[in-house]
Design a protein around this ligand. Structure first.
Ligand SMILES: Cc1ncc(COP(=O)(O)O)c(C=O)c1O
Length: 244
């Protein structure tokens, strides 16, 4: 197999300049320096072509620079680029109506628009506290929810996300995710973890737990959402919040 000489000279130069002025906290896992994308193809600054199997991080499901998406952005930029959320505009309402139409539950949906995943989680935390008047939460081991202070408290996919940032937000405990297909605490013959028995059926104990805490935080990106779609009606009923 031919070994590619990556990153190329132009990519190496950009990475060098990046090192001098961009925070080292970004978790760059691969020295890919993007130039452009089209559909499922992306090109780096040296002209190398790649297949993007991840659609960004599952956020460009239409493919890179889909012509209709590009046109919508261009049309809006021609009209206006910014107006504060102190005011109204029609596209905002159109989006809310569309989200309500496609929401994976039967009740009407009210949307709060955010700029990032982590900001959505912060909003869900505040909403849950405000609505219930309670203070305690359950997060799940293995979950990633973002890096801002509230969201990162829930994040439990790697210890590195917490290292150096204590104390985190108060009132959050973590439990194993009740996934019978990939149980965190495998029960082997002769072993009996009482925790497993309590979490042995998906979501069976969540209602009971939620009577005592503000919320159990479920936060699935759209790509992961499919797998859990069937369960939405279970854990998001009673004026729940869906974080997408
Ligand atoms: C499930 C989930 N929640 C929250 C986030 C944080 O999103 P953002 O990086 O946009 O803040 C991510 C990011 O990958 C995510 O996958």
């Amino acid at each position: 197999m031919e070994t590619l000489n990556l990153p190329g000279p132009l990519a190496r130069a950009i990475i060098e300049r990046d090192r001098a002025v961009i925070s080292p906290s970004y978790p760059r896992s691969y020295p890919f320096v993007m130039d452009r994308g089209r559909g499922s193809l992306v090109w780096d600054v040296d002209g190398n072509r790649f297949l993007d199997f991840a659609a960004g991080i599952a956020v460009v499901s239409t493919g890179h620079s889909h012509p209709e998406v590009v046109k919508a952005i261009q049309d809006q930029a021609e009209k206006f680029i910014h107006i504060s959320s102190d005011f109204y505009h029609p596209k905002w309402v159109n989006l809310g109506e569309e989200l309500s139409r496609i929401a994976p539950f039967s009740e009407p949906a009210i949307s709060f628009m955010t700029n990032s995943g982590t900001e959505s989680v912060e909003a869900a935390i505040k909403l849950a506290r405000y609505y219930t008047g309670r203070s305690q939460f359950i997060g799940f081991l293995g979950g990633f929810h973002g890096r801002t202070m509230g969201a990162v408290t829930f994040t439990a996919s790697k210890p590195t996300y917490h290292k150096g940032f204590y104390p985190l937000m108060n009132g959050v405990v973590h439990a194993p995710f009740p996934d019978p297909y990939r149980p965190l605490l495998q029960i082997r013959p002769g072993e009996d973890y009482s925790f497993n028995r309590r979490f042995d059926r998906p979501f069976s104990n969540i209602d009971e737990l939620c009577h005592r805490v503000v919320a159990a935080l479920f936060d699935f990106r759209f790509h992961a959402g499919h797998r859990y779609r069937g369960h939405h009606s279970h854990y998001h009923r009673d004026d729940g919040a869906v974080v997408h």
